[in-house]
Design a protein around this ligand. Sequence first.
Ligand SMILES: [Zn+2]
Length: 455
Amino acid sequence: MAAVFIQNARYVLTMDPDRAIIKDGGILIEGDRIVRVGKSSEVAGTAPPGAKVIDARDRLVMPGLVNTHVHLTQLHDRGCTTGFFAPTYVAKIHHLENVQDREAAYYSVLCQCLEALKTGTTIVVDPGGYAIEEMVSAIETLGIRALLSRSLTDLGTEVQETTEDAVRAGKDFLDRYQGAAGGRIRIGLSLRGDRMVSDELARRVSRMAQEYGVGIQSHMAACQAFVDKHKETFHGLTPVERFHRIGLLGPNLLLTHCNILTEREAGLLRDHEVKIARCPTSELILAMGMLHGRHVEMHRDGVCQSLGSGGAGASNFHDMFRVMYTLIVHRDYHLDATLFSPEEILEICVTNGVRALQWEDDLGSLESGKKADMILLDLIRPEWTPLLNPVANLVMGATGASVDTVIIDGRILVEGGRVLTVDEEDVLALTQETGSRAAEKAGLLANGRLRWPVR
Ligand SMILES: [Zn+2]
């Protein structure tokens, strides 16, 4: 069994239940699991002969970051959506998904996961695309961990699917790919969005989730216009209220956005232990109303909020260090500088991230017995200096550019900032080629044109 010994780490942020930080730390990995975590000198004696040794004297070691909402097949509108309000953006992006070819979809997934991996994210969650074989194939190739689903809808989108078609597609994806890539890929169920699913589809997906023991995702109450549309379609009901009446609310439900909720709806999410995927970098740019929502109150109330980046055309990046930092905008809006401490933000991203996926038994901390998923950050950089409080520097000062090494399932995927499993230059060139084609076909280039003269 292959073994890796990480020695002399300047800091190990274990993120275990005590949140222990170990100075001069050591970690022993055997196969895909962590065997021992402690002081380097103590762990050294247990490393088997032939273990690969990583010298981490200038590194901080921590669990990988978790992105609980990223549209893996929607890369090719990056740079072409400036000025779009959320409803315009969503209509354009659905069209792009429908007209892009399979090769473009494959490179969309590969390039976005490459960005995620290089910036320290070890788990990506896709809320449901259609090019599902391409998603699985790209993730198998790259080596990142993922929760995937097939988008299910039977109302109000370009996709013309019946309820029956949608149910069959969701079941088929589960049957074919659950546990693929040696367990790195998990499959869940995904309702495309609150106003895009009938009661019958939502009910049947809920039953299927129970039968298979998997989670459900859905976009939810993203902006006022979507909530108004939902009320118009469903006899005045707000979206969380309708999901509640259908019986969907529960700990296995992950709702994205949740910007526009009534007080009663926020209480329902808390009482039913529903999880939330916030996407602050997308919500701010699309003017969804994030700061006007109840996120601060829900956080104080103990609702499990996690973080996603969203679509590439909205967020424009998937560096979760930058996404984490965005939460501090609440401080200014609430005129309260104590909101969202660095420790809380890191817990939201990592600890709540794996809870939102119901994957916390295996992931989210560096402890003996857990999966060996971790990142090593280079501390010899100006933005880390002086290094007095590593958690504050990490959340408030660093970006994904600090990521030196990424390990998933005990396998080193990034070393010295370079991805080892694919040729990065090839991936970028082919993404550029297929992506330009897709953006042109989707009619996105006009909005992406340069506004300054090109000479
Ligand atoms: Zn989304």
